[in-house]
Design a protein around this ligand. Structure first.
Ligand SMILES: Nc1ncnc2c1ncn2[C@@H]1O[C@H](COP(=O)(O)OP(=O)(O)O)[C@@H](O)[C@H]1O
Ligand SMILES: [Mg+2]
Length: 282
């Protein structure tokens, strides 16, 4: 099961959404989950999730392929960093050598190891992003309430060939507008995307949450994603609503290699619980 998280431009909140959506899915479905950062320009996932500058990721994967090392689970483990018992991350490094073919093979490998793979893409129409979007089961496209973001989709004819897989998320959503800039309400956005040929029932707001800004700066984003203490807010309710929609699409049942998450492996010790205890006790 592959979910691509993408956007017409940088800065709309792709990386934060990959992490929080990943955390929400892990908690709901208890499937092993991999977050892949494809954006070698920004390395956002490493910045948000890792306290070391060097993190295992695409460099290791490309080296393994170039070295002709046959694909085995043990080798693949050397290309990912464990984030928690159910979640791993593959960093973007500064890897420029990944071709669309490498990426296609990578996704085939990850499908055999992880129930869910979420990909933080390079925004816009980059060749790697197009490859991911072609192969993904779901493509989450982030929008803002500004006209120029919709205009980019229209001008460049983005996501046209994959319309049926697209779920739009209007990130940093605000009911009241504090600025003069042109901003759209959900109805107007829905109308605009319907005019471009997308179904307007697939558009979800994800509210602006000032806490997220601090969590990004202080590298405690996972705490925000996993700790129950943070969950009674508009952001998490909206995120759960999106998760319900994704589950309702029926794509998760189709995954054979979910490795059963935790309960099948450790019936008496729930690692997710351990993880939450760890964060709550931190
Ligand atoms: N829903 C939100 N509410 C408040 N701030 C947000 C939200 N989503 C993202 N941000 C902030 O926006 C900034 C950019 O997010 P990021 O995920 O790094 O963007 P991208 O990966 O698209 O460039 C970060 O500082 C992040 O904290
Ligand atoms: Mg990013």
């Amino acid at each position: 099961m592959i979910i691509s998280v993408t956007a017409p431009k940088k800065g709309l909140g792709q990386s934060v959404t990959v992490i929080n959506l990943g955390a929400a899915l892990v908690q709901r479905l208890e499937k092993r989950t991999l977050l892949i950062d494809l954006n070698h320009h920004c390395l956002d996932l490493s910045h948000y999730l890792s306290d070391v500058s060097w993190t295992k990721g695409l460099d290791e994967y490309v080296n393994m392929r170039e070295g002709g090392i046959p694909w085995r689970e043990g080798e693949f483990r050397k290309c990912v960093k464990g984030i928690n018992p159910l979640m791993d991350m593959m960093a973007a490094n500064r890897c420029l050598a990944l071709s669309p073919e490498d990426l296609g093979d990578l996704l085939e490998h990850t499908k055999s190891l992880y129930g869910i793979t979420l990909v933080d893409t390079i925004g816009g129409s980059h060749a790697l992003t197009q490859e991911i979007n072609k192969r993904a089961d779901i493509v989450v496209v982030l929008l803002s309430q500004e006209a120029r973001v919709l205009n980019l989709i229209r001008e460049y004819g983005m996501y046209q060939g994959i319309k049926e897989k697209v779920v739009f998320v209007v990130n940093r959503w605000m009911e009241a507008y504090h600025e003069e800039r042109v901003r759209f309400d959900l109805r107007t956005l829905g109308k605009a995307i319907r005019k471009m040929g997308f179904g307007d029932h697939r558009i979800f707001p994800l509210p602006f949450d000032p806490k997220l800004l601090n969590e990004c700066n202080e590298s405690t984003l996972l705490y925000f994603g996993f700790s129950q203490e943070c969950h009674n807010n508009a952001y998490h309710s909206a995120l759960n609503h999106i998760v319900n929609h994704l589950i309702g699409l029926g794509v998760f049942e189709a995954t054979e290699n979910n490795l059963q998450g935790i309960s099948a492996k450790e019936p008496d010790r729930n690692p997710l619980l351990k993880l939450l205890q760890r964060w709550d006790g931190a």
